[in-house]
Design a protein around this ligand. Structure first.
Ligand SMILES: Cc1cc2nc3c(=O)[nH]c(=O)nc-3n(C[C@H](O)[C@H](O)[C@H](O)COP(=O)(O)OP(=O)(O)OC[C@H]3O[C@@H](n4cnc5c(N)ncnc54)[C@H](O)[C@@H]3O)c2cc1C
Length: 374
């Protein structure tokens, strides 16, 4: 009988793992707490590195990979930093990637593409509650009172993972004290006319040197989703005191109030930046807390395992969280479809994850002007 694997979380890692396992004939069920695939408050642009691209190529069936390529953004060729008056601080130019390259994606479009062919595998509105491991299986209970059984349970349920909460209750997830307000600026003709050229070519970060930063990343689709078109992701970063709002205030605000903070924060910045922010879609703003682990944990279980942010939460400062989740999914596919045991996967995931978490901690200190107590 085929091995039964239950995955909690239809995020980037969980969806990729599901494809890898299905391709090898494993019996997979994927349980997602969101009520539907169209649930949307999930962030905007994600950079995909060669590591992520390789993992996608190794796990996805061809038709799904073609959907991912078709719905990705057109590749950029630059990363640059500026001060608040748009004086360039650094610039790195890359060769433009080929027509099938995936260098960044819109998270919603990416997840929708990754859901291709999984209609019978994903159950939405299924919030994992707890598990019980026996010698022959693992019993999984959901918040709606239902339950299921599997040979292996994979917690791919993100930074606040409830599976990890039960497996590793001692893991500390550290709040690095930086808050972000994510937003988007639709790329209308008028916006394209005022946007600095670099902002349309790749990821750019502008900073006032006193703790306020705004990142801009173009999302120019090969094939846009039905719901929206090209946009510039804009992300304000700073501590509560820099942003002038406590967590209670920030997380209690509506999108328009959040966008007003972004507008206020760049009030004396270069006019082009002010114009871009003024053209932002105020209803799209949402706040997040940057969290990370410091030491990637190890665990003992032959039936319950973790991948992605559930095991190694990290700040976005290395642009590596999603790419590492993809790497994990490819590595776990290999382990579950060969004679390897889960301990070999866990060893590799911890070693690889630790390297990247440490790099992302260093980057976060530099980028956000904070000192992280480690
Ligand atoms: C705003 C932002 C920008 C980022 N930018 C980048 C970037 O440019 N490059 C990069 O590499 N990384 C980036 N990251 C990090 C990246 O998004 C994450 O590392 C990545 O999504 C992790 O994938 P995952 O599959 O582990 O978890 P997720 O993609 O977070 O998926 C977890 C899934 O589990 C579901 N879930 C949670 N709890 C339960 C439950 N109890 N029951 C059922 N389902 C549940 C959630 O609804 C979600 O669908 C960014 C992160 C954020 C927040």
């Amino acid at each position: 009988m085929a091995m039964k694997v239950a995955i909690i979380g239809a995020g980037i890692g969980g969806l990729t793992l599901a494809h890898g396992l299905l391709k090898a004939g494993v019996d997979v069920r994927l349980f997602e707490r969101d009520p539907s695939p169209r649930h949307r408050n999930q962030g905007y642009r994600i950079h995909i590195s060669p590591v992520g691209e390789e993992a996608l190529a190794a796990t996805l069936p061809d038709a799904v990979r073609r959907r991912v390529i078709a719905t990705a953004t057109r590749p950029g060729d630059l990363v640059a930093g500026f001060d608040s008056q748009l004086n360039k601080q650094f610039e790195q130019v890359f060769p433009v990637a080929g027509p099938d390259a995936v260098t960044s994606v819109d998270r919603y479009a990416f997840r929708r593409a990754l859901m291709t062919g999984l209609d019978d595998v994903i159950e939405f509105g299924k919030q994992f509650d707890s598990y019980e491991e026996t010698s022959s299986s693992v019993e999984i209970a959901f918040a709606d009172g239902s339950s299921t059984e599997a040979d292996v349970l994979v917690g791919a349920d993100g930074v606040g993972s409830r599976v990890r909460g039960q497996l590793l209750p001692e893991l500390d997830v550290l709040d690095i004290g930086v808050r972000c307000i994510y937003g988007k600026v639709p790329l209308t003709d008028a916006v394209r006319a005022v946007a600095p050229e670099a902002f349309l070519r790749g990821f750019c970060f502008a900073s006032d040197g006193a703790g306020t930063g705004v990142a801009f990343g173009p999302v120019m689709f090969r094939e846009p989703p039905e719901e929206y078109g090209d946009y510039l992701m804009a992300v304000l970063t700073g501590t509560n005191s820099v942003l002038g709002a406590s967590d209670e205030e920030l997380f209690g605000m509506g999108p328009a109030e959040l966008w007003a903070i972004v507008t206020r924060s760049v009030a004396d910045w270069h006019p082009s930046i002010r114009l871009l922010i003024a053209a932002g879609e105020a209803s799209a703003a949402f706040p997040i807390t940057l969290r990370t682990c410091v030491t990637v944990p190890t665990w003992q279980s032959s039936r319950v395992t973790l991948l992605g942010d559930a095991v190694h939460p990290m700040t976005p400062a290395a642009g590596a969280g999603a790419n590492t989740a993809l790497w994990d999914a490819a590595r776990l596919t290999q382990a579950l479809t060969s004679a390897e045991d889960l301990a070999a996967y866990q060893h590799d995931v911890v070693a690889n994850g630790q390297k990247i978490v440490t790099e992302s901690l260093h980057n976060a200190e530099r980028l956000f002007n904070v000192s992280i107590p480690v």
